[in-house]
Design a binder for this molecule. Structure first.
Ligand code: SAM
Ligand code: DTB
Ligand code: SF4
Length: 331
């Protein structure tokens, strides 16, 4: 069972904690699969309706030509990923896509831009998008890279509900994947967003060749933030031709499900999102992720630039599993 007999991870309570230690997290990962998933599901039921999934749709509002060198990302200008760059979209085209996402059943619309950081004039157009999407009755999320205090305040004033900014991996592994901005830069942006009163969407990517310890340390970074992110996207690396991480050895799917379960246990009140990578997962694997405590997905035929399961397939999967979409507000 646990590597350290002094720790009994099955009996830990589900209180909201911000003092997770590596030995405890590794002990959770090391539980027999059934014990881990049972514990995660039990905690999940204390905090959420287990059959309700929050549904977000993504749109890339500015695509490619990014100055950063994130080794997983097809949008970096440094890699030859066969992507056509696109300038910041006009507001009306964004609202058309949001209306379509809403009509297909999404409750939150997430707009992503391939920037290291936005310019002030970009922020004004993004605020117009946020206001337009809110007027459609949807929650709003944007992911624009690093922000200044003034830009963060402007987004809050404009009514933005969520800001997505991922830590991506552990601090130790980070420099293997990204060199053009630091882990501390990311933590600083997250603190700005939190301090401005915007809900935080923050998670990471697994399957990038990181170790078990790196996965544990990523979850510790997230759970030991002063407040847990309201949304925690767990992405499975989508391997894209031309990016440095193309060809990385695939992660054991059971380790991915364990990661969802451990995230659920460590952040009991957060929406844990089964994020990128679903297109390469079987329906049965996704069902196990929901059992392990995932209660949010990206929905719609596309993520930002890569394919996601078709909406019809997801609707059918929800029906087969007796799942409902809902619960868009933070529990
Ligand atoms: N440019 C902004 C930034 O990096 O902060 C926002 C957009 S960026 C594409 C948002 C997130 O998407 C990244 O932090 C990363 O976690 C995720 N992502 C990008 N490419 C991915 C891939 N190939 N597989 C899985 N997740 C990916
Ligand atoms: C997140 O954690 N994953 C999303 C969203 N936040 C912005 C992005 C996934 C991108 C996958 C690769 C692509 O489609 O470009
Ligand atoms: Fe640029 Fe964001 Fe992609 Fe990094 S993840 S290359 S910052 S778009």
């Amino acid at each position: 069972m646990s590597a350290n007999p002094a720790i009994n991870p099955i009996q830990q309570s589900s209180s909201i904690r911000h003092d997770w230690r590596l030995d405890e997290v590794q002990a959770l990962y090391a539980l027999p699969f059934n014990d881990l998933v049972f514990k995660a599901q039990a905690i999940h039921r204390e905090h959420f309706d287990p059959n309700e999934i929050q549904v977000s749709s993504l749109l890339s509002i500015k695509t490619g030509s990014c100055s950063e060198d994130c080794g997983y990302c097809p949008q970096s200008a440094r890699y030859d990923s066969d992507l056509t760059p696109e300038a910041l979209m006009p507001v009306d085209a964004v609202l058309k896509a949001a209306r379509q996402a809403r009509d297909q059943g999404a409750s939150r619309f997430c707009m992503g831009a391939a920037w290291r950081q936005p310019k002030d004039r970009d922020i004004e157009r993004v605020v117009e998008m946020v206001q337009g999407v809110k007027a459609l009755g949807m929650e709003t999320c944007v992911t624009l890279g690093m922000l200044t205090d003034e830009q963060t305040a402007r987004l809050k004033e404009g009514g933005l509900d969520y800001y997505n900014h991922n830590l991506d991996t552990s601090e130790d592994y980070y420099s293997e994947v990204i060199t053009t901005r630091t882990y501390q830069d990311r933590l600083d942006t997250l603190a700005r967003v939190r301090d401005a009163g915007i809900n935080v969407c923050c998670g990471g990517i697994v399957g990038m060749g990181e170790s078990d310890v790196d996965r544990s340390k990523l979850l510790i970074e997230l759970a030991n933030l002063p407040k847990h992110p309201e949304s925690v996207p767990i992405n499975m690396l989508v391997q894209v031709e031309g990016t440095p991480l193309m060809g990385t050895e695939a992660l054991d799917p059971l380790v991915f499900i364990r990661t969802i379960a451990v995230a659920r246990i460590m952040m009991p009140g957060s929406r844990v999102r089964l994020s990128a990578g679903r297109n390469n997962m079987s329906d049965e694997m996704q069902a196990l992720c929901f059992l392990a405590g995932a209660n949010s997905i990206f929905y719609g035929d596309k993520l930002l630039t890569t394919d996601n399961p078709m909406t019809n397939h997801d609707l059918r999967l929800f029906e087969r599993l007796g799942l409902r979409s809902g619960g868009s507000s933070y529990a």
